[in-house]
Design a protein around this ligand. Structure first.
Ligand SMILES: [Fe+2]
Ligand SMILES: [Fe+2]
Length: 203
């Protein structure tokens, strides 16, 4: 719990808070929100598997991420169950411009350490923004059942955010991690602003 509180505080490091009106938009189209959410959880699970496969020599990280795969897949199942409970279909996966833009910012060539760090920070950022959105939903939706539903995700993603930062700091110099994290935060805010202005749905 203490870890969650700490993570929550750091999430305020996100440079651009979600527009409060987003909750109203979100509640108007619950199926879209649930479908996007379901695929986000799937991608979180597959991204963790991919990191484990590519960095199998980093034993501590493998050990820490293995249960996260199970958790994220569990999240996917919960969202799927929620869709079915409401008589809604999973639907198709939408192009995720937000994540694509984040991936475009990742260091492509150069030292392996920098590429590794960017992968972890991308994961941390996606977890932080998901957590922030779930927090808005858990506070702003009219339906009490859904507020509780999103609160559970919020807490879990806050823990994942903290884990990815911790892993980065385990393998890479902390000052360097902080410096690069600040660049990521600024870049993410610019993406959010641009996509919001364009009227894109983000998660
Ligand atoms: Fe999740
Ligand atoms: Fe997560």
């Amino acid at each position: 719990m203490e870890q969650n509180l700490e993570a929550q505080k750091n999430i305020l490091g996100l440079q651009l808070p979600t527009d409060p009106r987003w909750v109203n938009l979100a509640s108007m189209s619950l199926q879209d929100i649930l479908t996007d959410h379901a695929y986000c959880e799937q991608k979180a699970a597959t991204s963790c598997i991919s990191i484990i496969q590519r960095y199998s020599d980093k034993e501590l990280m493998v050990k820490e991420l293995a249960p996260v795969v199970t958790e994220e897949w569990g999240h996917f199942r919960l969202v799927l169950q929620e869709l079915h409970r409401r008589g809604l279909a999973l639907g198709r996966q939408r192009k995720d411009e937000y994540v694509n833009r984040l991936i475009a910012f990742q260091q492509k060539g150069g030292a392996a350490e920098g590429r590794f760090l960017d992968e972890l920070l991308t994961m941390a950022l996606i977890e932080a923004r998901s957590c922030e959105r779930f927090k808005r939903l858990s506070e702003g939706l009219d339906d009490e059942y859904l507020r509780n539903f999103y609160r559970r995700f919020m807490e879990s993603e806050a823990g994942h955010y903290a884990l990815f930062i911790e892993l980065a700091e385990t393998y890479i110099d902390k000052t360097h991690v902080r410096q690069r994290w600040l660049q990521w935060l600024q870049h993410e805010a610019a993406i959010m602003q641009e996509l919001t202005l364009r009227g894109d749905r983000i998660h």
